[in-house]
Write a protein that binds this ligand. Structure first.
Ligand SMILES: [Zn+2]
Length: 258
């Protein structure tokens, strides 16, 4: 009798231990991230390199990622599930009215953070779509003008070394292959610039330049923490330690509220 009571007690204890372990495991998932990516076109190779890198980062930092490849499902209730929205090379056009409104509300109300890469600032009239004026303001009031179609390497200069997004990122670093978009003006007076490209280091040199040329910035006039990172064309970027440090920092910073 005594033995069977001990056995039952041990069973109950082990059951609760087991339960509490599972409980801890589920508590470990701290937040969810939504990634909008391009599943085709010029940036397919980048998307393919980004996904395993993002998934590994998520596993090591207790967040989970859901991926969408177009904006059709974006509405308020979808966005409200996420602490961070990453616009991985997806342009600010082809969005439905509902998805645009939901995104604006998410950012204006500070519901979650945002990171946009590269194509996310392709602001202008494309494929019959008008420019998204709110988005242009969000990006510092810019309009896309041109790019270097044959690519150039260049040196990126970190301007705000103490910002959390630049932690562990060297003061300057080389990017081997980019299109270096130009805009109708520098967004500098409307945003906080974190890094810019030194156009004099273009290899090969190019006539497509804009002078003051920010490439990483955050717009502090909006409620959501946000970071735009221009670099995001070549999959080789995931072998560039400065770039992966920058992208990782941006994710961890922007996923926390102001
Ligand atoms: Zn590109």
């Amino acid at each position: 009798m005594k033995n069977s009571i001990t056995a039952i007690t041990l069973f109950i204890i082990s059951f609760f231990l087991h339960e509490s372990c599972f409980g801890q495991a589920s508590k470990k998932t701290k937040f969810k991230v939504l990634v909008l990516y391009e599943n085709g076109g010029h940036h397919l190779a980048f998307s393919k390199a980004a996904k395993p890198w993002l998934n590994k980062l998520a596993a090591g930092n207790n967040f989970t990622i859901d991926y969408i490849e177009n904006t059709k499902t974006i509405n308020e209730s979808l966005l409200n599930q996420y602490r961070l929205f990453i616009q991985l090379d997806y342009p600010p056009y082809t969005w439905s009215e509902e998805s645009m409104k939901a995104f604006q509300k998410y950012i204006n109300d500070g519901r979650g953070g945002w990171i946009g890469l590269h194509h996310a600032a392709l602001l202008g009239e494309f494929d019959g779509y008008p420019i998204w004026n709110w988005f242009s303001d969000f990006m510092g009031g810019i309009r896309f003008v041109n790019y270097i179609p044959d690519f150039a390497s260049a040196k990126v200069i970190v301007e705000d070394k103490v910002h959390p997004v630049m932690k562990g990122v060297p003061a300057d670093f080389l990017v081997q292959k980019e299109e270096w978009y130009t805009y109708d003006k520098s967004p500098r007076k409307n945003v906080h610039v974190l890094a810019s490209v030194d156009e004099s280091t273009y290899q090969p040199d190019s006539k497509i330049k804009m002078g003051d040329h920010p490439v990483v910035w955050t717009n502090e006039h909006f409620a959501s923490r946000n970071v735009y990172i221009f670099m995001g064309h070549s999959p080789d970027l995931f072998n560039n330690k400065a770039y992966t440090a920058l992208f990782k920092n941006a994710i961890l910073w922007a996923s926390n509220k102001k």
